[in-house]
Design a binder for this molecule. Structure first.
Ligand SMILES: Cc1cc2nc3c(=O)[nH]c(=O)nc-3n(C[C@H](O)[C@H](O)[C@H](O)COP(=O)(O)OP(=O)(O)OC[C@H]3O[C@@H](n4cnc5c(N)ncnc54)[C@H](O)[C@@H]3O)c2cc1C
Length: 465
């Protein structure tokens, strides 16, 4: 690059075959193009390469590598730590790689690496089929899948990675490869939990399950009853059938329909349910919890399409809000931890701030810790302490609440955290989250990305020779 050339102007010259758009700071849509879901992240890439196809991705990877530019990969842009963008480098934006192809007979779906879950759920829902994802449909398939994928269907169908059959990837060399149990099996192992460390996934193929109408919605009690409800929940959930998922939460009732006005803005605790089974059985399966607790403030359980539950939180969490979160895996919830939850959960700093505790048992426990990169198969829950607010003036307030909540509970955790719900917390934290799988991941990294080109992520460093 000459001294006056910028990465964007050089890319326009060198990547004349680029089918998508090359956006630099001088372009009118740069501000919009650089923004990511978390409004707290304010990074200014030198070039945003909005790829139209796999060749564009390969060319942009080679460009970043040859010019020694920092490289970030952007799927749905939801990463809390802002790991889908970077300062001064190249961002490959995959949003246009959003094709979906359902094979209802084979019960599989192939989706572009830049899809959101809303796009995938809509396509598979037409056939009464689904693959497990998260709980908010605007999230990207790319980041969520590569980090693991915890959501409403975890107990019944496993993590998202447990349903990943194949991926097509562009490697650091610029080469495109197909990755599955037979082709590049080490890479297939590593991308199931190892994040975006190994290359750009341009398409994913998932197994589908018969999940059409589900029975879902929330049950809320007052936040002051948090200790009582959580104590009952920790006894109930591990013994519930895997068709029943229910994540525990502290939240504030949104001031909008369908919630009754009398409950608007009340701080509550409760469970968000997803039951995959006959409607008439749902109440029976929830009864061992509900019968042991006082009458809830709200029990809003209804049959609905799976995609409707997936989208139920979307309006509460629009793009652009400030987010700061911390997370931990949990094996057990002793009384001391329940008391800490009850204290922080009843003092949410803002309306959208929340604590979610996602079950990781059922089908997720059918897979051994060494079978995929995702090592915490013995954890019972993944907790996330999410401070959220639209006003940047509240950034410190939500950060402090999240950090204090996390630090108070960390001694009761399993040690590591779900990488998709961490901030940029340093190498030791990443190691702790992969535990016994870290060294193998580092060896796969050395084989496929020895120079650590893909390092804007929860980074796994290439093993030393
Ligand atoms: C509102 C909200 C709700 C969430 N709910 C859930 C949930 O229910 N369950 C859950 O498991 N997680 C959930 N998450 C966490 C989510 O999984 C992570 O934030 C994840 O990183 C988002 O992926 P993305 O593609 O949207 O993000 P991006 O910011 O675009 O990317 C995140 C990381 O993944 C890499 N990446 C993305 N796509 C690709 C690709 N195609 N190839 C290679 N690397 C890629 C990027 O390089 C980056 O390091 C939620 C996040 C938010 C903000």
């Amino acid at each position: 690059m000459s001294t006056t050339a910028t990465p964007a102007s050089t890319a326009r010259q060198e990547l004349s075959d680029f089918q998508g758009r090359l956006i630099g700071p001088e372009d009118g849509d740069y501000e919009q193009a650089r923004s990511v879901f978390n409004g707290m992240i304010d990074k200014r890439p030198a070039l945003i390469a909005r790829a139209a196809d796999r060749d564009d991705v390969a060319n942009a990877v080679r460009f970043a590598r040859d010019h020694e530019l920092l490289l970030a990969i952007r799927g749905g842009s939801h990463n809390g730590a802002g790991l889908g963008t970077c300062d001064g480098g190249v961002v490959i934006d995959l949003a246009s790689l959003n094709d979906r192809e359902v094979d209802p007979n084979a019960r599989t779906v192939r989706v572009g690496g830049g899809c959101t879950w809303a796009e995938v759920d809509r396509a598979t829902g037409e056939y009464g089929l689904a693959t497990p994802s998260g709980i908010i449909s605007t999230t990207g398939v790319g980041g969520l899948t590569l980090g693991g994928g915890l959501g409403h269907l975890t107990r019944k169908c496993g993590l998202t990675i447990d349903n990943l059959l194949e991926a097509e990837m562009v490697l650091a060399s610029g080469e495109s490869v197909r990755v599955n149990a037979d082709e590049h099996p080490d890479l297939y192992w590593a991308i199931r939990g190892g994040g975006g460390n190994f290359g750009v996934v341009t398409s994913f193929q998932f197994r589908l399950h018969e999940v059409g109408t589900i029975i879902g919605g929330p049950t809320f009690w007052s936040a002051e009853q948090g200790a009582e409800v959580m104590s009952a929940y920790r006894e109930f959930l591990p013994n519930a059938p895997r068709e029943l998922n229910g994540f525990f939460l502290f939240t504030t009732v949104p001031p909008a329909p369908p919630f009754p006005e009398a409950l608007h803005l009340q701080q509550v605790c409760g469970v968000v349910w997803c039951y995959v089974g006959p409607e008439e059985n749902a109440a029976k399966e929830m009864a061992p919890l509900l019968d042991n607790l006082p009458e809830p403030l709200l029990h809003g359980i209804h049959p609905m399409p799976h995609a409707a539950l997936q989208g139920a939180f979307d309006a509460l969490y629009p793009a652009g809000d400030q987010w700061y979160w911390r997370a931990d895996f949990v094996n057990e919830i002793p009384d001391e931890a329940v008391a800490i939850h009850a204290r922080f959960g009843a003092s949410l700093p803002t309306m959208q701030s929340t604590m979610h505790m996602y079950p990781i048992d059922g089908a997720a426990h059918d897979v051994d810790a060494a079978d995929t990169a995702w090592s915490y198969r013995d954890a019972t829950y993944g907790s996330v302490f999410a401070g959220v607010d639209p006003d940047p003036a509240n950034a410190e307030k939500i950060r402090t609440w999240s950090v204090d909540y996390h630090e108070a509970l960390h001694p009761y955790s399993a040690g590591g955290a779900y990488v998709n719900m961490m901030m940029d917390e340093g190498e030791e934290r990443v190691r702790a989250s992969y535990r016994g799988n870290y060294d193998r991941l580092a060896r796969v990294k050395r084989a496929y990305d020895p120079d650590n080109l893909f390092r804007v992520n929860q980074n796994i460093r290439p093993a030393a020779d």
